[in-house]
Design a protein around this ligand. Sequence first.
Ligand code: SER
Length: 632
Amino acid sequence: MKVQKIREKYISYFEGKGHVEIPSSSLVPKNDPTTLFTGSGMQQLMPYLLGEEHKKGVRLVDSQKCFRAEDIDEVGDNRHTTFFEMLGNWSLGDYFKKDQLSWIFDFITKELGIDPSRIYVTVFLGSDQDGIDRDTESVAIWKEIYKKHDIEAKDIEIGSCENGSRFGMKNGRIFYYDASKNWWSRAGAPNNMPAGEPGGPDSEIFYEFTEIKHNKAYGEYCHPNCDCGRFMEIGNSVFMQYLKNEDGTFSDLPNQNVDFGGGLERMAAAVANDPDIFNIDIFRDIIKNIEEITGVNYSGADEKTKKAFRILCDHLRAATFILGDGVKPSNLGQGYVLRRLIRRAIRFSKLSNIFEQGICSKIAESIISDYKEHYQNLGYVRKSIISELDLEEAKFIKTLESGTKEFEKIANKKSNITAGEAFNLFATHGFPLEMTKEMAEERGLNVDEKGFKKEFQKHQKVSRSDVAEKKFKGGLADDKDPKIVQYHTLAHLLLAALREVLGDHVHQKGSNITAERVRFDFSHPEKMTDEEKQKVEAWINEKLSQNLEVFVTETDPKTAKEKGAEGEFSSKYGDKITVYTVGGELGSGQEVSAEICGGPHTKNLSEIKGKFRIKKEESSSAGVRRIKGIIE
Ligand code: SER
């Protein structure tokens, strides 16, 4: 069964149960200052899990693009990927444990046709310290479910992974684990959660590859959370119902919510009963493409070459999607992770002698054509994805040569690599730390990682303040002129309109305002079409005609971001900031624009007399467009 088919089946199964499909949010989270990338489906739903009303209702379903950088070094074996799709279904205070567990079991066994006897589940053991009971309710529900399939389902208390490998499964089917395994929040276990963070116990579903024998290198006995590869987690139902308090205790959220997340690619591997995730159709297509480019056959290749194939598959798929969401390779933040992915893919293909010039963009072409039906934006920004990959590849090849020479010089001293040496390799030769580490490891040398990180942070601070200066030098020419104030408010509307029409990858890159016009720079990879320009104008003119009110809220950056305000959320903001919104107060759901800003602004859009028109749309720099707009 193809990945595309499983995604479709999942969405329509839950639509059949009254759910409304919502689109995947960007890989660059809008409202989550805690991480660089979207790594789970719940991030975009945070306000609603906390009690806000969702306009699409209380039952939602989606397939969310996810990226987890923590797994980058694991990629190369048969089951780890950095990018994956997470199938999600959500109950916002509607159905709870009974429906959730029965429906998801039904979906997996009936719709996907997975043999129920291959399915094992885990539940939360409870925590006295946090005052949270063990989840006997889920156990009772699971027992009922298994009973219908004539499967004996003993519940066994495993507790920790250590216990699991010491005592094994004892013929159980349902297993209690502690909070390190069966509790979900963005921050992990209850004691790691900051005040105000929601979380809850969860119940995970595992598929058993019975053909795989337990490997004792992972412990005496096997159990669902053992890492030997016999069991693979395919889904997780989180019962999101608690909120962490200031004093460390927990209280109930306004609603008992369900947050289910299922790994789409893993489900496909379970359907095929093949533990090698790279054998699923979506990866087979990429592998076929690599075979054509390199002339090397995957199944006949040695382990090292296979590893390079898998790294190319995973990293370039991740890079394609990240580029698709508007990130460019750089030495900072998301751009740095993107650069690392592309460079790591190239490096491994070089190590296995399968590198060909243009390999990255060629692989991306096949990825885009496989995914563009569901993720249409990949088709729209195809050209820029391809050119960014070619550019980054060429840059890296050039620096790789000089960098490798430099590395050899350092490594030949036969002493460990110092922080300064590692940072120089990074800053001057574009070697990510991980690459220096891998090359050093091959020679049995260590790298001063801690020292490197310190150097890196210093460097980050310097470039961040550079960016801040550039970004705010433009701003207002003279804020006492009413015309200027009007154009300033208009600049906010323009950003909101561009994001509405072009997508969430659009962010402000600069502005310059005079009494005659607004000049506005924003991230977008391509020239705007006439139709897009007209849509932006129409959106703004409609808002102007509605005489919407402008509000200002004083808050902190975290809250502002959670409530969807645009702005740069780096440390340069203090604790108190102001957010200007149009059409309603921040967080009211009525606002059509929300931006962190020092003002001043009009009190009402009615002060802006006339119609907005885009006079010019042109390139400003790579990946940045510039609009000059006037009121006439
Ligand atoms: N939030 C949970 C997870 O990421 C379930 O969607 O695993």
